[in-house]
Design a protein around this ligand. Structure first.
Ligand code: ACO
Length: 339
């Protein structure tokens, strides 16, 4: 039996919420565009010019979302220099949970030994990691929790229709994690924004596998429980939503695009990132891009890119960083962090 931790609520001044550590993990197996040429009617040239993706990682058969999430979390703990027992909340953003319940966050808790944490998952498709960052910020600023582990993790290879060339070339597996904590006299999350438009749910979804369309022996061959996407519509809304969200959050922070040292966008498509760069009038070299190596890893994408940016010293102390994402729902979110 775990003893509940005492919680405090008070009206103290707003607390600074810092990202004190990051981590990521991608599976060993690499699936290249040339490999895909052998299974669907596509070419490396088509995938590269339309998306910028060259290869993606694929989890092993017995390797689940919680396994990848736990590895990213352990890397983040090491990076932050804290122990798992210090974490009091774990939020896992994923559309590929190990199972409907228990939450993947509960499996991560056990795998890393975070015995003092409460755990839940967030469902916001690709936007989930930044939804998690905003939730964590709110919990810390409201003084209910002090040290929160936010993870974006996906085994998208388990929900891709590998016979559909429109989608199977886009996605990959992996996990990224960040640890947020109040840090007096430090820099941190300055502003966050989340948004959704359920009216556009149909353009990007997994229609089956839930209670609306359960997978049965009769319908299993129709692969309803795999990703379905209207690529053109998704592309259009992705650019608009991310540009508007970025402008709003920069406005909230009292900054302009020119103030940003680094932008960590959703890693879905290089042309989407180029369109955002163009509209925000920010040079491409300020964008952290790794989609060529991992494809789109949904909720893990921004989290992995953040960790790689951190570990390659893309951000210096005091720099302003914009994280911006878009996904099924539709959902979108952005955060401005002073590093
Ligand atoms: N290889 C070769 N040809 C292909 C492939 C492929 N892998 N996929 C589609 N095509 C064909 C289509 O069948 C079509 O052929 P047709 O003209 O004979 O009908 C042709 O290529 C053009 O298809 P479009 O869909 O118009 O191609 P487009 O230039 O729009 O690129 C893409 C498609 C890459 C999917 C683009 O629309 C896109 O990136 N959209 C956004 C996708 C996205 O970001 N999704 C995820 C966001 S949220 C999340 O992460 C879950």
């Amino acid at each position: 039996m775990i003893t509940p931790q005492p919680r405090q609520r008070n009206n103290s001044p707003k607390r600074t919420v810092s990202i004190i550590g990051t981590g990521s993990y991608v599976p060993e197996k690499i699936l290249t565009n040339a490999d895909l040429e052998k299974s669907v009617e596509t070419t490396d040239e088509w995938i590269t010019t339309r998306t910028g993706i060259k290869e993606r990682r694929i989890a092993a058969d017995g390797e689940f979302t919680s396994d990848m999430a736990a590895k990213a979390a352990l890397a983040a703990l090491e990076n932050a220099g804290i122990t798992a027992e210090e974490i009091d909340l774990i939020i896992v953003a994923t559309v590929t949970p190990d199972m409907f319940f228990p939450s993947t966050a509960c499996f991560v808790q056990t795998k890393i030994g975070a015995k003092n944490a409460a755990c839940f998952d967030v469902s916001a498709a690709c936007s989930g990691f930044l939804y998690g960052i905003e939730i964590a910020q709110q919990f810390i600023t409201s003084h209910t929790h002090d040290t929160i582990l936010v993870i974006g993790a996906e085994k998208l290879s388990s929900i891709v229709n590998w016979t559909d060339r429109n989608t199977c070339v886009l996605f990959g597996d992996g996990a990224g994690a960040a640890i947020l904590r109040h840090r007096a006299h430090g820099h941190g999350v300055i502003a966050t924004r989340m948004g959704s438009n359920g009216e556009l749910a149909d353009i990007l979804k997994i229609p089956g596998g839930g209670c609306a369309l359960p997978t049965t022996v009769e319908n299993a061959a129709e692969r309803h429980a795999t990703i379905q996407m209207n690529g053109r519509e998704t592309y259009k809304h992705a650019v608009t939503a991310m540009v508007e969200s970025a402008r709003q959050v920069l406005d909230d922070a009292g900054l302009t695009p020119a103030d940003l040292a680094c932008i960590i966008p959703h890693q879905a498509n290089l042309r989407i990132i180029e369109a955002i760069a163009d509209r925000l009038e920010v040079p491409m070299d300020r964008f952290m891009i790794n989609l060529d190596r991992y494809g789109n890893t949904s909720a893990a994408a921004v989290a992995i890119a953040l960790d790689e940016a951190n570990r390659t010293s893309r951000m210096k102390v005091g720099d302003y960083v914009l994280l911006v994402v878009f996904g099924g729902g539709l959902t979108w979110a952005s955060s401005v962090v002073q590093w």
